[in-house]
Design a protein around this ligand. Sequence first.
Ligand SMILES: C[S@@+](CC[C@H](N)C(=O)[O-])C[C@H]1O[C@@H](n2cnc3c(N)ncnc32)[C@H](O)[C@@H]1O
Length: 296
Amino acid sequence: MIRALLNIAKVGKGSLVVDPFLGSGTTAVEAILLGADFVGVDVSPLCVKLSKVKTTAWRSADKIKEAVQRLLGNPNLQKSDISLDNFSGGVREFIEIALMVTASDVEVRDRDESRYLAKNLEKMLESVIAMKKAVDEFGLEPGEPRLVRGDVRNLGKAKILPGSVDAIVTSPPYSIALDYVKNDKHALQALGEDLKAIRKDFIGLKGRGAKERISIYNEDMRVAFDQMALILKPGAHLMMVVGDATVGGEEKTSTDEMVTWAETSGLLLERKMPKIVFGLYNIMSDEKILFFRRKG
Ligand SMILES: C[S@@+](CC[C@H](N)C(=O)[O-])C[C@H]1O[C@@H](n2cnc3c(N)ncnc32)[C@H](O)[C@@H]1O
């Protein structure tokens, strides 16, 4: 779907694409594979690290393969058997992410450490090899990714210049955001991070009770729209996957409200498309794709 949105925005070699809610880097991977340069911003250092590995590990695919095969030679591999000091560059970053994902599997989901460490290393290696193969077989020239730990409410600090961006393709957190900070607690602690400081800037997690949370969320999202409009070139696209989130069946931030904020920031709504959400247990039953263009 992200690839389709980038194609509609006519992104290609020489374009600059931004995702100011980077997450796990889905837009990042698709944008660079199309040859575009990319800047991703996220308040979570874990997302920044993960996206770095997703967008750059293919360059070290051979070395990563060798390291993973060596590690998997131990049929009962544990996290404590691996010292990151034995690795460097892209291999080290890859293994660090595999260790963090495994820490979450073990500590949050109570899974078997040795089995999941092997499984994560194998799965991650598979996707690195697939990306390298795509680059080689199709003769792709991936664009440059720049991944920044920062805040959508201050994109200048991430050194994204006003009027410089060809497309923004993104999906913001919902006003009843999943508590990512709690979910990723183990990985963030492993990175030596201060969870309180991250929470302070995390859109959708601030405030007590539904009412206060939504009102802070709405204020933050207004600023986010201002910032996104500011960095776009005149006529450039902002494409956004958003949901009509409800809290306790009552309060909510509607996509219509978002459209009014966007319009105040200088963006024109071109199209609003329903996005079908698969999965029975998904709380977001109603997602939309909003297509805007920067005025001018
Ligand atoms: C819905 S997720 C994005 C999902 C992403 N499209 C993907 O493919 O993974 C929203 C992201 O916004 C980030 N976020 C929350 N507050 C932020 C802020 N103030 N500035 C930048 N990113 C923020 C969260 O860390 C999270 O990764």
